[in-house]
Design a protein around this ligand. Sequence first.
Ligand code: SAM
Length: 159
Amino acid sequence: MVAFCSPYVPLPGDWRNVLCWNKGAHVGGGGDRDTCWKRDWEMICVSRHAGALAGGRDSAVLNFTSLFAKPSGHFAEKPVALMEYLVAKVQAKRVLDPFMGSGTTGVACVRLGRRFVGIELEPKYFDIAVKRIERAFEDQALFADLPKPEQMTFEGAEA
Ligand SMILES: C[S@@+](CC[C@H](N)C(=O)[O-])C[C@H]1O[C@@H](n2cnc3c(N)ncnc32)[C@H](O)[C@@H]1O
């Protein structure tokens, strides 16, 4: 498991690695300029049970420029390249994102050919995610004969 965590609350769980996502110099301009360093990074925790990592032993500082404007309209849209890196690095074959937002993890999974299940509370973000994932699928399908993604609902929930 990989989780984006706050450094300001006690960390639940059993983590093997704590990574620093360096978002880039354009981030974190707010707050008290006299007493605060810029908050231009985010903490990413990697479970002790994530298994073997792919490739070499990388730096724990991940330099992926955060999106200045969020194309999807979601306030916390992550860069696809960051999610692709994480999914590939932990060699995940099936991925669950229980806080899917605009579906960036799903887009990364489509690009990497991994199975993906996403859950999102807000219908407007869910709809954005579905469109982004379908679009990523269409882009991939131009080059390969892929089966169509299946959208599931919880039993009893409105379709
Ligand atoms: C930090 S954002 C995820 C952003 C995502 N990685 C992206 O790139 O767009 C977290 C999302 O979790 C959703 N969320 C919050 N509580 C939830 C819950 N209990 N179940 C499902 N989704 C939830 C929020 O609506 C929000 O869209």
